[in-house]
Design a protein. Structure first.
Length: 318
């Protein structure tokens, strides 16, 4: 099976050791961060500095975003509800990645397709059933047993991963929400602050990053003691100024109070870019170096891609 690989994973695997086998490692202790994974915040209308060069961009509408990434517990609940009411189906589904077509056993659902321009190297996204969540992957923190999806208890409040872009989109759509556009995501991450040199925030909390402020490669958090330097996901909102088992964290909340907008897992965004149809991800992950946690950095992959360091959160109009 040919799969799209994230650039960050390619760099890490070539420069370091192989990724940890998170499927066979002992689960971590259950940690309650005190951050509400059901909370939303309002992002007000107005200008903000976007991109590395701080281009002032006007967002002329208010919108809401989730305070945290969607958790394994929340995603498992969605799968149970959507399969239960027959919005989604479990079974074999055909997956197409460029010229390669193969079958995966998992959760799938309908997608209307996207406009096709016939551009050179453009992948056509046709209408039909799309894979949302594979049931063939041992790295998943959501298990399917006896006709029910369950989050592994120790990972229930960790960000959900291993869903395709179609899966993330389906979750948000099912509840009447949507994936955030890239500009919406970036404004929620960095706010509107401009420093004396005319620059916006490089990270959600400021211009510098400390090892105990976000979950990234070799950040020395509690989970790296279990899995090594490549680490693992941390509970949503873990970096909030609390101390866990002697590990003191710094508060990483964005100016609007969103957590994990830098590190932990990459986050799918909702834009469909004409003539290529790759989807962009923001925020960096526990596989990433700290430079890739800056708010303007992005990664990309086809909408059928999934990985242990890719998750999402939802947005909605206000």
């Amino acid at each position: 099976m040919k799969r799209f690989l994230l650039l960050t994973v390619i760099l890490i695997l070539s420069a370091c050791s192989a990724a940890p086998d998170i499927a066979t490692a002992d689960p971590p202790d259950i940690i309650d961060t005190g951050v509400d994974s059901n909370a939303w915040v309002i992002i007000p209308a107005g200008e903000f500095p976007s991109g590395q060069h701080d281009h002032m961009t006007d967002m002329n509408y208010e919108y809401q975003m989730m305070v945290t990434d969607v958790t394994n517990e929340q995603f498992a609940r969605f799968l149970n509800e959507a399969v239960g009411d027959q919005t989604l189906t479990i079974g074999d589904v055909e997956v197409q990645e460029s010229e390669n077509i193969f079958t995966v056993f998992g959760v799938y659902g309908p997608y209307p397709g996207e406009p096709f321009d016939g551009y050179e190297h453009e992948d056509e996204i046709t209408s039909g059933n799309k894979l949302l969540f594979s049931l063939e992957e041992t790295a998943s923190r959501i298990q399917y047993e006896d006709g029910e999806f369950r989050a592994i208890p120790e990972y229930a409040n960790h960000p959900a991963t291993m869903m395709t872009w179609f899966g993330a989109n389906a979750y948000c759509s099912y509840y009447g929400w949507r994936l955030p556009l890239e500009l919406e995501w970036e404004k929620a991450a960095r706010g509107t602050e401009i420093d004396e040199d005319g620059h916006g925030l490089a990270f959600p909390w400021g211009s510098e990053i400390e090892r105990n402020q976000a979950n990234y490669y070799s950040s020395f958090d509690l989970f790296e003691k279990i899995y090594g330097k490549l680490g693992n996901t941390t509970p949503v909102g873990f970096y909030n100024g609390r101390t866990y088992n002697g590990y003191e964290t710094l508060d990483q909340a964005s100016p609007y109070g969103l957590y994990d907008m830098a590190g932990n897992v990459w986050q799918w965004t909702g834009d469909d870019y004409p003539k290529q149809h790759y989807r962009h991800m923001r925020g960096g992950s526990f596989y990433s170096y700290e430079v890739d946690l800056r708010v303007w950095k992005f990664n990309s992959a086809g909408p059928t891609y999934f990985a242990p360091d890719v998750g999402f959160r939802c947005a909605q109009d206000y």
